[in-house]
Design a protein around this ligand. Structure first.
Ligand SMILES: CC(C)(COP(=O)(O)OP(=O)(O)OC[C@H]1O[C@@H](n2cnc3c(N)ncnc32)[C@H](O)[C@@H]1OP(=O)(O)O)[C@@H](O)C(=O)NCCC(=O)NCCS
Length: 154
């Protein structure tokens, strides 16, 4: 953890000029990253796509689709050198705040059953398991299950 880092982080809408940095971070963060085209399509299709940056360097992002009834978080990634500083929490709070504004009643997401940091993070924000998708994710050894989470917005 870096002392007081959060106060120096800028949270902004993702723009097309950010695409290369976001794609680079995606590739550094996952064994099976999303393609540059998928990330670009999320932007072109006006997903709720926010970035976190520090000294003009993108160190995190969230991609979500917020709608009046239900919303989805599709990707949440923080640079490994900046984890544990509350940046993902801030991005989730931005999504929840926008859900309140639009009157969205719930948020769904999936994560790998083995992804302990992500599961802890979502449970901290009152996401509850509502199902398992068998073999949903690729692994180097085959497939692994996804936990499906839902958070009710009051
Ligand atoms: C999961 C991830 C997004 C968390 O980002 P982060 O900015 O480090 O998270 P925060 O600092 O906001 O942590 C918030 C909470 O998450 C949980 N958490 C975060 N990292 C954790 C870890 N290594 N072990 C256990 N719990 C962890 C804790 O409950 C923490 O709350 P606390 O600080 O009060 O204990 C980040 O580890 C990441 O990008 N991982 C790789 C990509 C990924 O797996 N994304 C999620 C895909 S669904």
């Amino acid at each position: 953890m870096i002392a007081n880092l959060l106060q120096f982080i800028d949270f902004e809408d993702m723009r097309m000029i950010d695409l290369d940095q976001v794609y680079d971070l995606e590739c550094r963060s996952y064994e099976f990253p999303w393609s540059r085209n998928i990330l670009k399509d999320c932007l072109l299709n006006k997903y709720d796509f926010y970035i976190a940056s520090y000294n003009n360097k993108i160190i995190g992002y969230v991609i979500s689709k917020i709608s009046t009834h239900e919303s989805h978080i599709l990707n949440l990634t923080i640079d490994k050198d900046y984890r544990g500083n509350g940046i993902a929490s801030e991005l989730i709070e931005m999504i929840i705040a926008k859900c309140h504004v639009l009157g969205s009643k719930m948020i769904f997401l999936e994560t790998r059953v083995t992804n302990k940091p992500a599961k802890k993070l979502y449970e901290k924000y009152n996401f509850h398991t509502i199902g398992i998708r068998k073999g949903y994710y690729k692994t180097s050894a085959g497939r692994e299950d996804a936990v499906v989470y839902r958070c009710l917005i009051d």
